[in-house]
Design a protein around this ligand. Structure first.
Ligand SMILES: [Zn+2]
Length: 147
């Protein structure tokens, strides 16, 4: 009887099969899939012939299944929506330009204590009916971050 060892995929203890003395993954289906995936990733890294063969086989498969991804996206709208939202995020990130300290440089001068005319922004300045004269006493204001 072999001594138990730990599976490389799930970490649980298993007893290697008698005819597989170097077994490093347990027999569960998920761990066997992980074993094959690890083997293939390793092979893709170290073997350029294998890599070329895989690349050619994938190109051939794509050529003969040219509608696969279009059909897949049509059949799985959740997948499609996730892709779209992730692409929107990437586009936003790509075009994002930080607005440089608008709260500081955008104002002609810092708001000080004093009398102000206050109106609803919704009114659009059409009538002077709903305008309040208010006195604002500034207790503290935003401080400019160091430039
Ligand atoms: Zn396992």
């Amino acid at each position: 009887m072999k001594s138990p060892r730990l599976c490389l995929a799930c970490g649980s203890a298993f007893v290697p099969l008698l005819h597989v003395p170097r077994q490093r993954y347990c027999s569960s289906a998920a761990c066997q899939r992980a074993r094959r995936r690890d083997w293939q990733n390793h092979r893709l890294r170290i073997d350029s012939d294998y890599r070329d063969n895989q690349s050619r086989a994938q190109a051939k498969w794509r050529a003969s299944h040219s509608n696969y991804w279009r059909d897949y996206r049509a059949a799985y709208p959740v997948y499609r929506e996730r892709n779209c939202s992730m692409q929107r995020m990437r586009n936003l990130r790509r075009s994002f330009k930080p607005i440089a300290k608008m709260d500081v440089v955008g104002l002609p001068r810092p708001l000080g204590s004093g009398f102000y005319l206050l109106s609803h922004a919704d009114d659009g300045g059409a009538a002077k009916m709903n305008v309040w004269t208010v006195h604002i006493a500034v207790l503290s204001g935003p401080t400019a971050p160091p430039i």
